[in-house]
Design a protein around this ligand. Structure first.
Ligand code: SF4
Length: 742
């Protein structure tokens, strides 16, 4: 079935680039060890750009409905942005599929060198499907595709695997090789594992490591830096200007370049907005403020040709007072490493009750080596610790592990056990799906800090900042800040300048972070801007609105898009593309069974007040939150089911599949608040349309099977031969209840 979908899609693709700098889509059937490449139509660029946007186009066209995410026939798709490898801070790419560790799409953004090497080697997207007969290392090199036996690398984690591959292929990572790989954790289908893209860089969240493991794919290695096409004088000048602009932003100059994202810990702590002990508390110690890590930071590192270089390195052994983590003079490889960023600091610190910087650094280094996603793993451990605290699980369930908050020895051990799925590690490895898989009783769900089945990514407790809360609720991949967080909500200078704030978000947003007023404008604007950023491949830290009002914006993107693709985009058109991408993601989520009810927050944030700090007493008011969500839907043009309204969906369908049929439905069909939906999966007859309609509205599938429902096409009733009655794009179809008798 997947092969038919691939074949059908390829007939709509081209044999040559459709615009300058376009890379190919490489399709790789791992089961048959076959591959071919094609180029996407230019219409995909015009509607979704590349990277995350075109990845969604590919996923929607290749998705088989009703399959489990770990089914190898569900493809995983690497994609680089239009600018990746060419424009400053555009080192990023996305990985897209269906998430094993949530109920939504899988979509993950990563930097380091892999996305740039992919693009510079001539590929915009790499579509992988089918389960390899044996563990495989896929090599892309000089236009060639090779399949290697990966058995010798099985069981290797990040560091050892990298060294072994470098030795075997006589190469050096980041010099002439880049690699996306899984560790033991991915091999073992650990749901909180990621795909490592470097010593620290990770395609994180959503269970990426398990998804790659399900294909029996140990690594994708790109040998050779590829060739940068000759850049025009205008591109180079635009790049210089952009680098100057990014580096002039105060948050870049004084924080990101010097200490990296851990600078965020202190403001969050002072606000009393720290996710502590699985969000039971919101305060934590100043021992983890970024300056306490200074002595252990030998320098900063960065992704491919990024002028920011925001990644702190760490070396515990450079401080004489450090005598090994147990104070016994014993050191090991995990006393040095890369990181942490703020997410890891929060999740390996207050979230699980750790307060010593040395312990956070060690846990960070171990996670990087084991290929575990710090956000999901930290949240899974915090969830288990709260269940232990409440007696919902006991030492009998944990195999004797004492899951008391801050128990460093047990936490370190548990990370290894998780990667191996060893004893209680097997439970943590099931991540947010632990109840569904029968590991915990149902009451545990009350304490799971997740949305759409995905644990929260960032360490902020968002009960105070209502814009953050809305963003986490509506994010298309689950409880994640990177899709739309309006970080400037905690910037006093911006809050005090009403006019400027209005101009930033295109609508009036209340200055008080605790207010619900106008927050829909902030979240919607960030969401669209960040989606465009992902589609061009630029880092969030260099994109306007994530941390700064003065980093790269639509105008900058439009300038370079014109130079690199020949296509002209206005800022308003780019804003429309950002809206298209997230709207499109919502349509895929609807196919996966998500509804507007899934755009919500964990009960704890509605029911429990913050108990300390300057915002004591804050929580989320359900009615005010629901009203805010309705305003957000309306602002974006989503219907009450949280998907693009009919006209928007019709236009999207034209760009996605080239097929759109509007189907009017009888009353009471769930998921169709407008009384009609667009079917965008190409079908040829009424019988096929009925099937496609059930996939478009999975919660209505049973109702749609009702034999009293008949169909009319362009006003003509179809009373027989449904499988021989043609349906064409643009037809008007109605499903209605037949009234029999008389
Ligand atoms: S800002 Fe940091 S994470 Fe972003 S591309 Fe640069 S080095 Fe990588």
């Amino acid at each position: 079935m997947i092969r038919e979908k691939v074949a059908r899609l390829s007939t709509r693709m081209h044999d040559r680039p459709q615009y300058p700098t376009q890379g190919a889509v490489l399709f790789v059937d791992l089961e048959r060890r076959e591959h071919f490449s094609k180029y996407l139509p230019v219409g995909v660029l015009r509607s979704f750009l590349s990277g995350r946007g075109a990845n969604m186009f590919l996923l929607h066209n290749l998705l088989l409905d009703g399959r489990e995410p770990l089914d190898p026939r569900i493809p995983m798709i690497f994609g680089s942005g239009v600018f990746t490898g060419t424009v400053p801070s555009a080192a990023r790419g996305n990985l897209t599929s269906v998430a094993p560790d949530s109920n939504a799409i899988l979509d993950s953004n990563c930097g380091d060198f892999f996305p740039a090497f992919l693009k510079l080697n001539g590929y915009d997207h790499l579509v992988l499907y089918g389960q390899a007969a044996g563990w495989t290392l896929l090599e892309l090199s000089g236009g060639e595709v090779r399949f290697h036996d990966a058995t010798p690398y099985l069981g290797m984690d990040n560091t050892d695997l990298t060294r072994a591959v470098e030795k075997d292929f006589s190469c050096a990572e980041r010099k002439d090789m880049a690699m996306a790989r899984i560790t033991r954790a991915g091999e073992n289908l650990v749901l909180c594992s990621g795909i490592m893209g470097g010593p620290k860089a990770i395609y994180a969240r959503c269970g990426t490591g398990a998804k790659m493991g399900s294909l029996r794919l140990k690594a994708v290695m790109i040998l050779g830096r590829g060739a940068q096409s000759a850049l025009s004088a205008a591109v180079k000048e635009n790049n210089r200007e952009l680098a100057r602009k990014i580096l002039a932003a105060s948050v870049v100059k004084y924080a990101l370049k010097k200490v990296g994202t851990p600078f965020l810990y202190k403001p969050s702590r002072l606000l009393g907005a720290m996710g502590t002990k699985n969000n039971q508390e919101t305060n934590w110690y100043d021992t983890l403020d970024a300056d306490n890590f200074d002595v252990y930071r030998p320098g900063m590192d960065g992704c491919y040709q990024c002028p920011i270089r925001c990644r702190p390195l760490n070396d515990l052994t450079r401080e004489k007072s450090y005598r090994g983590i147990r104070g016994d003079g014993a050191y090991d490889r995990h006393d040095k490493g890369d990181g942490p960023d703020y997410v890891t600091l929060g999740k390996m610190g207050p979230m699980i009750g750790i307060r010593e910087p040395e312990q956070v650094l060690r846990l960070n280094n171990i996670l990087n080596d084991l290929g575990l996603d710090s956000a999901s793993t930290g949240s899974a451990i915090a969830w288990a610790m709260e269940l232990y605290q409440r007696g919902i699980i006991t030492a009998k369930d944990t195999g004797g592990l004492d899951l008391t908050w801050g128990n460093y020895e047990v936490i370190e051990k548990l990370l290894y056990m998780t990667a191996r799925r060893d004893r209680f590690g097997d439970v943590i490895a099931d991540s947010a799906r632990a109840v569904e898989r029968g590991r915990y009783p149902a009451e545990a769900l009350k304490y799971r800090m997740a949305v759409k089945g995905l644990f929260q990514s960032d360490p902020h407790d968002a009960r105070i900042i209502k814009g953050f809360a809305l963003g986490l609720a509506v994010s298309t991949r689950g409880m994640d800040h990177l899709r739309n967080r309006p970080t400037l909500e905690i910037n006093a200078k911006i809050n005090d300048n009403r006019e400027f704030k209005t101009s930033l978000y295109g609508g009036t947003v209340a200055p008080e972070p605790t207010s619900y007023e106008g927050k829909e404008h902030a979240v919607a604007t960030c969401e669209k801007t960040f989606a465009v950023g992902d589609a061009v491949g630029i880092c969030r830290f260099a994109t306007k609105l994530f941390n700064s009002p003065s980093t790269a914006d639509y105008e900058d993107f439009a300038l370079q898009l014109k130079e690199l693709t020949g296509e002209e985009f206005t800022p308003a058109q780019l804003d429309g593309i950002g809206r298209n991408i997230t709207g499109f993601e919502r349509l895929i989520n609807a196919r996966l069974g998500l509804t507007e009810k899934d755009d919500t927050l964990p009960d704890r944030w509605f029911e429990e007040e913050i108990t300390a700090g300057p915002f004591e007493g804050e929580k989320i008011d359900r009615a005010a939150f629901e009203a805010l969500k309705v305003r957000y839907y309306s602002l974006l043009g989503l219907n009450a089911a949280g998907v693009p309204s009919l006209e928007w969906h019709r236009r999207l369908a034209g760009a996605i599949t080239g097929f759109a049929v509007q189907v009017t439905l009888p009353e009471g069909i769930p998921g169709a608040p407008e009384g009609a939906v667009i079917v965008d999966q190409p079908v040829s007859d009424v019988a096929g349309l009925r099937e496609a309609l059930k996939k478009r509205l999975p919660h209505a599938a049973r109702k749609l099977e009702d034999s009293s429902l008949i169909v009319s096409v362009n006003g003509t009733m179809v009373l027989s031969n449904e499988d021989a009655t043609p349906v064409r794009s643009g037809d008007e179809v109605a499903v209605m209840r037949i009234i029999a008798g008389g």
